[in-house]
Design a protein around this ligand. Structure first.
Ligand code: CTP
Ligand code: CA
Length: 224
């Protein structure tokens, strides 16, 4: 259960969350995607709404029900997610970027299904970098309190600290993926990192991790 501080803090707070993967279309039948399930971002949305927050959830292509009382905006590509965030961020006090945004999109996507040629033995795709959504929000003035995620397979804390600084985030949630944790899993073990402080959570359900994250955001903002 959330702390008394979190209960007071989140009441009527406006919170924007991105969740899930983004898909980058090659043609009408194929895409580049990733293994994000969206469960962590959806769990945060659900728990924040239960604490009384006004939650907007920008969701990539996921197979999850909308948490009760949450306003949901569905998108597919990173560019669409960026456009939705640009529309919404200024109305929110806190932004949590839980989405696994594709780093690259196709340089051009084909309007018709791509056909292979007789004898074709390979295919080279040209990709172009997508905008960094969370870094963009962190550069705005005024800006919400910005929380990122870092899903890593190795050097988890080191890479997360690097992203915290490079993207000028207020907090980052470091996340070991693999070993039944992280992507597609119902459990998680986040380490919450701000400038100078690391708070390691113990492994638990994504709902429980969400509550502890929301507690900690309240604590950090109230102490600042
Ligand atoms: N992110 C984003 N827009 C992007 C890429 C990432 O908003 N185009 C956000 C993610 O939502 C997450 C944080 O940035 O909150 C870190 O994402 P991650 O993929 O770990 O960082 P990258 O900078 O893309 O680094 P990597 O090369 O490890 O993928
Ligand atoms: Ca990335």
């Amino acid at each position: 259960n959330a702390t008394p501080l979190a209960n007071v803090f989140w009441k009527d707070k406006k919170l924007l969350i991105t969740a899930g993967p983004t898909f980058e279309d090659l043609d009408p039948v194929r895409f580049l995607g990733n293994r994000s399930s969206g469960k962590m971002g959806f769990a945060i949305a659900e728990q924040a709404q239960k604490l009384g927050a006004q939650v907007t959830l920008i969701a990539g292509p996921v197979n999850l029900p909308t948490p009760q009382g949450v306003e949901r905006i569905d998108v597919r590509s990173a560019r669409q997610m960026f456009a939705a965030v640009q529309q919404c961020y200024a109305q929110n006090a806190i932004f949590i970027s839980a989405a696994a945004v594709a780093d690259f999109a196709l340089a051009q996507s084909s309007e018709q299904k791509i056909k292979k040629q007789a004898g074709q033995e390979g295919l080279t795709l040209e990709l172009v970098k997508n905008p960094d959504i969370v870094a963009w929000v962190a550069e705005q003035k005024p800006k919400p309190f910005v929380v990122g995620f870092a899903a890593e397979t190795q050097n988890v804390i080191g890479y997360a600290q690097d992203k915290l600084q490079r993207k000028k985030l207020d907090m980052i949630c470091a996340n070991q993926v693999g070993e039944n944790l992280g992507f597609e899993s119902d459990e998680n073990r986040l380490t919450l990192i701000t400038a100078g402080v690391e708070k390691a959570l113990t492994t638990s359900s994504k709902s429980q991790q969400a509550v502890e994250l929301l507690d900690y955001i309240a604590e950090v903002i109230e102490a600042s």
